[in-house]
Design a protein around this ligand. Structure first.
Ligand code: ATP
Ligand code: FE2
Length: 347
């Protein structure tokens, strides 16, 4: 598909009307950071395709323009694969939903351009959704009804729940995201990217080292923990022991804040989301914590925890079904689109 960037673009009002006649198949487009994703899901929650491609920098951290180039190169392939897997024609799609933020500007614009090009060329309504809220609402597909979300990804570390017409951030990192922290440690220890899964494989112990445990009220800090872990490695502790201790501390901090959010809100469901939620030890800790509290734990499959187009499509559908009114704003990306900026009119 040819990508067209448009300045001073006007929202075609006639496309809004079609959204009132949704018949059921939604296309979701994700591009906030490393991952380009194209998902197709029905209004009954049946996933027809979940295509993803992750940009992996040759060295160092993510370069936004290179990630965006990766996305524009791979979107045409992902679209093709998704439609083939779902055995659908583009004209059978009734809504296009894309992540309008938060995220990296060039990456967001690439996804938005792909979404617009697809929607306009087929006359399908377009909705722009919040990426973090999508991580929470995919938990509803797993059976949750009003959960606390423990959202642990590369850039984001937040504990989110619904209260008074908004998704509120009950706690978050005050420095780096947990995944970016793990990636940074891994890079400095020469393990390559992404670091989280590599750390998980090595984290065998046997010793639990004394490392910073930084929970401040409902917020967390990971930077000092990562630096201290690197010093332990430099001072001769084994990589197995250091990675084990690093995981234990980082995940215990996260689960502590999530547990306190459950206690404050009185909610009885926890959902895990974000790439770090693929980690088996984190999944185990969250399961133990929720069992001890007598609340339910919903852990989406790994391909729904990481960034993906399915969750974006699902949220777009829920919003439109819940009478969210598509406006011109839906066409604008928003790099700093915080979770609590979203007016939740669809619940
Ligand atoms: P967001 O835009 O939501 O911040 P992201 O671009 O960071 O997302 P995700 O796919 O949600 O993308 O998460 C990627 C992060 O997840 C990376 O930091 C990676 O190291 C981490 N991660 C992936 N698998 C694991 C794992 N098994 N254990 C720990 N961390 C993991
Ligand atoms: Fe994410």
């Amino acid at each position: 598909m040819k990508m067209i960037m448009r300045e001073n673009w006007q929202f075609p009002m006639n496309l809004q009307r079609k959204s009132n006649h949704l018949n059921s198949i939604i296309l979701g487009i994700e591009s906030t950071a490393h991952t380009a994703g194209v998902g197709i899901i029905t209004s009954e929650g049946k996933i027809l395709s979940n295509q993803r491609s992750m940009y992996i920098p040759e060295e160092g951290g993510i370069h936004p323009r290179e990630a965006a180039r990766h996305h524009s190169d791979t979107f045409p392939v992902l679209f093709d694969k998704a439609f083939k897997e779902a055995s659908l024609k583009p004209s059978e799609i009734s809504l296009v939903s894309y992540a309008r933020g938060p995220g990296l500007g060039p990456c967001l614009r690439t996804g938005a351009t792909a979404a617009r090009a697809f929607a306009y060329s087929h006359g399908i309504p377009l909705i722009g959704v919040n990426h973090c809220v999508a991580h929470l609402e995919i938990g509803l597909l797993e059976g949750a009804t009003d959960p606390v979300l423990l959202y642990l990804s590369g850039a984001n570390t937040q504990v989110i729940a619904y209260a008074s017409e908004k998704y509120r951030v009950f706690g978050e990192t005050i420095d780096i995201g947990i995944g970016n922290g793990l990636d940074k440690f891994a890079r400095e220890a020469g393990m390559g990217f992404p670091g989280g899964p590599k750390i998980e494989k090595l984290a065998k112990g046997p010793k639990l080292l004394d490392l910073p445990y930084s929970v401040k009220g409902m917020d967390m800090a990971f930077s000092g923990l990562m630096t201290a872990a690197k010093s332990k490695l430099d001072s001769g502790h084994s990589i197995e022991t250091v990675t084990y201790s690093l995981q234990e501390n980082a995940f215990a901090m996260s689960c502590e804040v999530a547990e306190r959010a459950l206690a404050h809100t009185g909610k009885t469901e926890l959902v895990l989301g974000g790439g770090v939620a693929c980690n088996e030890r984190l999944r185990e800790m969250a399961t133990i914590m929720t069992e001890e509290r007598g609340v339910k734990c919903f852990i989406p499959s790994k391909d729904l925890c990481v960034d993906n187009g399915v969750m974006i499509g699902w949220l777009g559908y829920r919003m439109v079904k819940g009478n969210y009114k598509i406006t011109e704003e839906d066409n604008k990306v928003h790099q700093k689109y915080r979770t609590d900026m979203v007016e939740v009119t669809w619940r």
